[in-house]
Write a protein that binds this ligand. Structure first.
Ligand code: NI
Length: 169
């Protein structure tokens, strides 16, 4: 099932999501649906709040279907190590048609559970590090615009409000 993507302005995106404790069939189905919804929206990462579900689940595939082994499921993820700095243009499916340069750590390690509840650690650099940080942020109710200067963020919000008024958001 393909879920519609929730856009900026919906409070679910700015509320910390709840921990997952049941690793059941329903969760597995939801993860399948999240991958399907992410690919359908041409994204490389998706967090459950972005489909209106406030639970700590995220999926990532920075290769966009090229490498099946690159598919990553993060349940209850936490960033446990980070180092370096890397600046790159970043976007979000929930803030369509906007992109901004965001500086983030260049290398991070996340600790998370897989769909069976097993704890694992994964280290990523550059694009993968960015995706791990971006999706973990989502589960903490944080959007990438929170890493921008207040000036840039306000400008962006003003543009979005205009689109909302015009019924184009
Ligand atoms: Ni996002």
């Amino acid at each position: 099932m393909i879920y519609p993507i929730v856009k900026f302005g919906d409070p679910v995106l700015e509320k910390p999501a709840e921990r997952v404790s049941a690793f059941d069939e329903e969760l597995k189905r939801l993860i399948d649906d999240m991958f399907e919804s992410m690919y359908s929206a041409h994204g490389v990462g998706l967090a459950a709040p972005q489909i209106g579900i406030g639970r700590r689940i995220a999926v990532i595939d920075i290769t966009f279907k090229e490498d099946p082994n690159a598919k990553l499921v993060l349940i209850n993820p936490e960033i446990i190590r980070s180092e370096g700095k890397h600046t790159q243009s970043e976007g979000c499916l929930s803030i369509p048609d906007f992109r901004e340069n965001v500086t983030r750590p260049n290398k991070v390690t996340v600790r998370a559970q897989d769909m069976n509840g097993k704890t694992f650690e994964k280290t990523g650099e550059e694009l993968l590090a960015r995706a791990l940080l971006h999706e973990t942020d989502h589960l903490n109710g944080k959007l990438y615009i929170s890493h921008l200067s207040a000036l840039k963020r306000d400008l962006m919000k003003r543009k979005i409000r205009k689109l909302m008024k015009a019924g184009e958001w």
